[in-house]
Design a binder for this molecule. Sequence first.
Ligand code: DGT
Ligand code: CA
Ligand code: CA
Ligand code: ZN
Length: 579
Amino acid sequence: MDKKDIVEVLERIGTMMEIKGENPFKIRAYSAGARTLQTMEEDLGEVIEAGRLGDIPGIGKALTEKIETLYTTGELEFYDKLVASVPSGLMDLLDIPGLGGKKIKVLHEKLEVDSIESLTAVCQEGRVAELKGFGKKTEEKILSGIKNREAYAARHLWWDARSVVEKILPGLQGLPEVERVEAAGSFRRGMETVGDLDFLVASSNPAPIMDWFTSMDGIAEVTAHGDTKSSIRLEGGMQADLRVVPSEQFYFALHHFTGSKDHNVRMRQKALSQGLSLSEWGLRPEEEKDSSRKAGPVEANSEEDIFKALGLQYVPPSLREGMGEVEAAERNELPELLEFADLKGCFHNHTTASDGRNTLEEMAEEADRRGWEYLGISDHSKASFQANGLDEERLSKQVQAIKTINESGKYRVHLFSGSEVDILSGGKLDFEDSDMEPLDYVVASVHAGLTQDEETMTARLIKVLEHPKVTMLGHMSGRLLLKRESSRMNVQKIIDAAIANGKIIELNANPMRLDMDWRHWRRAAEKGLLCCINPDAHAIHHFDFQQAGVLAARKGWLTAQEVFNTRTLSEVKDYLFSS
Ligand code: DGT
Ligand code: CA
Ligand code: CA
Ligand code: ZN
């Protein structure tokens, strides 16, 4: 985590402690620490490496530890616990200018405010103006702040969007007027982040559907309520559109509102080249397009029918990004995409030995339950000391423990002994070759020094790819979606180095990472790069992340053959032990 983000975390800690009414001296330590850090001119990484962070006036021992943890791991248990203890609606209030911890505490205690919505209500009732220390001006300022916040069209992780879709879809499906329903848009295309949700329904009786949609639980605001189209904003900020179309238009509308825009442009051009006009209403001869709202002469009882009518192979939603999929469909050359069921195990997983929440045995048991053939264990190495990374001795003990489990025959799943070895700043690995000798494989990852310049970082990663003990590169770019940009690097050079050295690059399936980015995979795999989809699990339920990983891999045009962990146990053993 870089300095800017750490400053933000420290400030939030101070604020949350204020909201909870904790000791003012402690609170001040965090806000003062944040300021000190913010104005520090030296490079934070260098100060930490030199062990000088604690010498800086205003940064005590407790704070030093926390800053170092955040810097190396990007996480802090103390912070996570604090976040969990404060109602999330209260933290949303911090987005409103003029509201800090102290004021939020008063609003919460005196007026039972616990969300933007309840704050809006008490402001409109004039009750905030009556509070000591607030007044009419403050109340007006808060209201206008709330309005501005709504204007921000924030994006959301696909993973978070999915949990919303999974609540709304069954509700729509349950309505008697609904004939068919789909969530279209970027969500259906499996984009890693989603702007808004686009629900599409086939029905001849839209009114009750509109009413249901605009009065669901969890709505913050109804932004439009029309005859066939409505829009809402949910608590938490996600927006959703719902369109109702007659049944005969459904698949044309579904195709249109699935997008992407670029894909639609290519599809309309393709239609035009055949004298046809394609729109959300239908497919009809060009000269009839003025009657476009009436049902067209071409019937579609599925999206496949639309592609077929244009002489195209069916293009799955994942590929509809206007990146050559229509041309490939013309030539019948679309790949047979990877499926979730193709995965037979994974390699980047943590246990309680480092910073995971489940034990080795619990992880093995869960992998067994999922029917996987193998599971790789790769706890952090010692440089990630804040993640309780393993030193040589603990690593060697873990190798023994894994061996014992495998020999016991207690689980069907085969465990591989690995390590997520830190890539130190010059491209050296955190373990000596001899220490890695007993390992079945090595995932090499960058966790510190993410802000190096492009040349340095590229050289650093290439050096690691040339190391004989390295099996794969973990979360290559270091990005955290909607939070932290990728590190600077020459991706093509790194891909070429991986191929030249016979190394795998990970597709980290954590929904915040999805790294290496799907946009690089198609070309990389064509050149011969092998992918491995890993959940980077820090708990058994994180194995679910593989679904997000598969979706990203599909967007990268990957087939099962191009993904290492679709191989059987014996194929994997051949690969790992034959060189
Ligand atoms: P998002 O919401 O920003 O993550 O991305 P989308 O792709 O869901 O975009 P959205 O919600 O604005 O519209 C949904 C789909 O509707 C979009 O993918 C394609 C189609 N669409 C919307 N506006 C236009 C347009 O102006 N031209 C074309 N060709 N298609 C459009
Ligand atoms: Ca959308
Ligand atoms: Ca939309
Ligand atoms: Zn990791």
